[in-house]
Design a protein around this ligand. Sequence first.
Ligand SMILES: NC(=O)c1ccc[n+]([C@@H]2O[C@H](COP(=O)([O-])OP(=O)(O)OC[C@H]3O[C@@H](n4cnc5c(N)ncnc54)[C@H](OP(=O)(O)O)[C@@H]3O)[C@@H](O)[C@H]2O)c1
Length: 312
Amino acid sequence: MKRVQFGRYGGPETMSLGEHTLPELAPGRVRVRVRAAAINPLDWKIRQGVMKIVTGRKFPQGMGSDFAGVVEQVGTDVTDFRAGDEVFGTVEIKKQGAFAEVVDADARLVVRKPASLSFSEAACIPIPAATAWAAIVGAARAQPGSRIFINGCSGAVGSAAVQLALAHGAHVSGSCGPASVASVRSAGVDPVFTYADKASFASNGPYDAVFDTLGTLSVSDGLALLTPKGRFVDINPTPGRMLRGFVSGRYSMVFATAGFKNLQELAGLANEGKLRSSIGLEAPFTDALSIVKNAELGPRPPGRIVLLMRGN
Ligand SMILES: NC(=O)c1ccc[n+]([C@@H]2O[C@H](COP(=O)([O-])OP(=O)(O)OC[C@H]3O[C@@H](n4cnc5c(N)ncnc54)[C@H](OP(=O)(O)O)[C@@H]3O)[C@@H](O)[C@H]2O)c1
């Protein structure tokens, strides 16, 4: 079967659309014929080698995390799924490979696709929504009346965070680029600031939680925006910030993995229309190399980018 793979860590030039034979399906895993795969910044960061401590030095490696498709085969011990089920899910960081005709995934990272969602819509859910869940519901403890500021509220994680915070009754303000102001405002963010308007979003505080999706606020800047018991939540790790997250009671570094156990709940919210992804481009899988390269190097269309496999 065909997949996007890379033979060494590096830029877009390391990617190829190559043939790959999957090993025998391991216990606890499901084999899924991919119908749609959504692109996340994590995909090219892994290919660049940012996570090589986890992803190792064995090549070629597959690329891509979030997918939706149809179960072809289930491993021993898997009782929740059977061949023919329509599902969506993600793969572990060290076992990428969703930009492919077929992917093997841990059954615990896969859930049934609500019939109301297209394969593309479902593929957009896992990493952004799980990260937003871990940040907003987990670390920021959103609740009715809490005031949450989201720095970068227009991207995939940011817009999922806005929707989850609003669904939990929080009041959400946020920052974004000038071109995103109108769409973010119509999503319920109030007030909306541009990134350059730091003084205004500071004077709109203090906040019960600040969620920085972009990693552009320093830890001290973030903490300064908070109420005395407020929490600053970050998702863009550096070694120093990771360490700070371990020792600080008010600053948390969160990862998508912390939200993966909530995929079922996220599917439910999406089914109810409370969690939507804006899809900007659906492109054929055969164009994957140029599509991933353009998403990485920009400019790109607004909204999520989804690769469609044959049969869609
Ligand atoms: N810790 C974790 O487990 C974890 C999980 C997921 C993501 N992350 C990281 O979090 C960061 C945000 O991820 P994301 O998936 O939300 O990224 P994203 O969708 O690319 O959004 C990031 C920002 O890029 C801008 N943007 C979005 N779409 C754009 C477009 N079509 N053209 C130009 N700019 C666009 C937006 O800013 P404007 O306001 O300018 O529109 C947005 O706030 C990334 O660095 C990612 O690696 C970490």
